[in-house]
Design a protein around this ligand. Structure first.
Ligand code: C5P
Length: 215
């Protein structure tokens, strides 16, 4: 697949700011992509569906300096291609995911809620009275499909990673299927093509066509 438009967007230079928030637990919105529908055998699909993350622990990002700057980035992208409006994450939903998990029933949900409240003491121990001041700097993407702002690499980001790892362990020790194979990469997503199946298909087709034309 060729590069998506936002990858070229010239907006990543001056993106530095700070956040402080409360951790929360949220249900993931279910979205089945066409690739998933077409992929593999029935059994493979069933297994995948069974363990697919459906909840996540996140830090909501509500600092107006940050949300305002994100909106400016989103506006710049919209000006390049209006169709991408559909891919934008709404200001009220901006967050940094700490980890994802799969919860199958009410019992697991209440275990997870318990794990979240147990985490409080561990997190306080890690913080030792300090606050975590998150700075965001620069734009990157996952597989040309997800646009995000990167977390600046500093001591605060290191503490955030420790908090995420410690909390994930607490959930896992309670039998919750938490975490993924990939390493924790703290980021703030501001757009993702998966928000609209139709848009994703349109964009992929357009860029494949362009690639064929140029090749
Ligand atoms: O966690 P967040 O809501 O920001 O994730 C947005 C999208 O980025 C999700 O679809 C997730 O699967 C994807 N992602 C990824 N690689 C990562 C982290 C998230 O592709 N390391």
């Amino acid at each position: 697949m060729a590069e998506m438009p936002f990858v070229d967007t010239d907006i990543e230079d001056e993106f530095v700011m700070h956040a402080s928030s409360e951790i929360n637990i949220k249900k993931k919105r279910k979205r089945t992509t066409e690739r998933e529908i077409e992929e593999g055998s029935e059994r493979k699909k069933k297994k995948k569906k069974q363990y697919q993350p459906n909840y996540f622990i996140s830090l909501p990002i509500t600092n107006p300096k940050i949300t305002g700057s994100i909106q400016a980035v989103q506006d710049a992208i919209r000006q390049k291609d209006q169709r991408l409006s559909k891919a934008m994450v709404h200001s009220g939903s901006l967050h940094v995911t700490m980890f994802v998990m799969h919860l199958s029933n009410e019992e697991e949900i209440s275990i997870a809620v318990g794990a979240l409240s147990d985490s409080k003491d561990f997190v306080e121990d890690l913080l030792k009275g300090k606050t975590v001041d998150l700075s965001f700097q620069g734009i990157d993407h996952f597989k040309n499909e997800v646009g995000f702002v990167k977390l600046a690499e500093n001591d605060h980001a290191t503490i955030l990673t420790e908090i995420a790892e410690t909390m994930k362990k607490i959930f896992q020790e309670k039998g919750i299927l938490a975490g993924e194979e990939r390493a924790f990469k703290p980021h703030l997503t501001f757009m993702k093509l998966s928000k609209s199946t139709q848009l994703r298909k349109q964009i992929i087709q357009q860029y494949e066509k362009q690639e064929r034309g140029s090749g």
